[in-house]
Design a protein around this ligand. Structure first.
Ligand SMILES: C[S@@+](CC[C@H](N)C(=O)[O-])C[C@H]1O[C@@H](n2cnc3c(N)ncnc32)[C@H](O)[C@@H]1O
Length: 285
């Protein structure tokens, strides 16, 4: 038996040592652009000044510096990254020698109250036993009116819908409906996450599943539940941005089509949000 923290160190340590980690799909240029666009949308929506927001940022589970690059492009002035995996931090330090990152655990941050204007994390909270414990710590180290951002949160509503379609709706009862390769791929990435990585990287599937408890046992996180948890630790307002609708990659070369589909699904609110694979959130202290 290993715990979640150790499983994360083993998985991310191995990926970093092999130089594989930065091949993760979220490093694709179109995703980096999409994260920056979400920040701009949020800034415009709440009218916060960029020099106030980006004054002093903390990145939880910084890994090799995905968010450091984004924040630098957006105009970050001061950045601190924390992570529990030394191999990830080694890659970070080689890539970004000018930045500061240290080994620390997000549930026990070594910083006093009100230290940061912005606390971010990306592809992170599905790796935690208790996202709420980290929300509490983020709240503690944020200044009044400081902002918490969490990106690439797997949407459990999406995965449960995919499961329903694949397991319950057979082609005989829905004329014209066929489970295609896209749906199968999405299904496997949500319900067979350990084995996919085991095949790709040769890391034990039990360790991989243990490293992603929220994805493994709950198939992602529920948008309303995350909103409620953030509010229950004290955040006064939570904003949700659904991101990456199913098969978005198929239309990525046609930005006009992509925007039309995305805007339409987002305009449907709670109905449309179940068709997005991920969501991002901002919360205001
Ligand atoms: C999927 S990676 C994401 C890295 C980076 N944010 C990115 O988007 O590329 C998750 C990172 O979180 C780190 N991690 C997992 N649990 C953690 C915890 N409780 N406290 C701090 N870091 C943690 C892992 O070591 C790993 O580097």
């Amino acid at each position: 038996m290993i715990d979640t923290l150790r499983a994360n160190q083993l998985v991310h340590g191995e990926l970093a040592k092999r130089g594989e980690y930065d091949n993760s799909p979220h490093f694709l240029p179109e995703n980096k652009l999409s994260v920056k666009a979400i920040f701009h949308e949020f800034i415009d929506a709440v009218g916060i000044k960029q020099d106030v927001l980006f004054r002093n940022c903390l990145d939880l589970g910084c890994g090799t510096g995905f968010m450091y690059e984004i924040l630098s492009d957006l105009g970050n002035i001061q950045y601190t990254g924390i992570d529990i995996t030394d191999e990830m931090l080694n890659v970070f330090n080689k890539k970004w020698p000018e930045a500061y990152a240290l080994n620390a655990q997000a549930e026990k941050l070594p910083f006093p109250i009100s230290s940061f204007s912005l606390v971010v994390n990306y592809s992170f909270i599905d790796h935690l036993d208790s996202p709420r414990d980290v929300f509490k710590e983020a709240y503690r180290v944020l200044e009044e009116n400081g902002i918490f951002y969490s990106g690439l949160i797997p949407n459990s509503e999406f995965s449960l819908n995919i499961a329903k379609s694949i397991e319950k709706c057979c082609a005989e009862s829905y004329i014209g409906f066929k489970v295609n390769s896209i749906m199968n791929k999405e299904y496997r990435s949500m319900f067979d996450n350990g084995n996919i990585y085991a095949t790709k990287y040769g890391i034990d599937s039990y360790i991989l599943k243990t490293a992603e408890p929220q994805k493994t046992s709950l198939h992602g996180l529920n948008i309303s539940q995350i909103q409620e948890e953030l509010e229950s630790v004290g955040f006064k307002k939570v904003y949700v941005f659904p991101n990456w609708f199913m098969a978005q990659a198929l239309v990525k070369s046609d930005p006009t089509k992509l925007d039309i589909i995305k805007d339409y699904l987002r305009s449907l609110g709670p109905i449309g949000q179940s068709l997005f694979k991920y969501f991002d959130i901002f919360a205001v202290k």
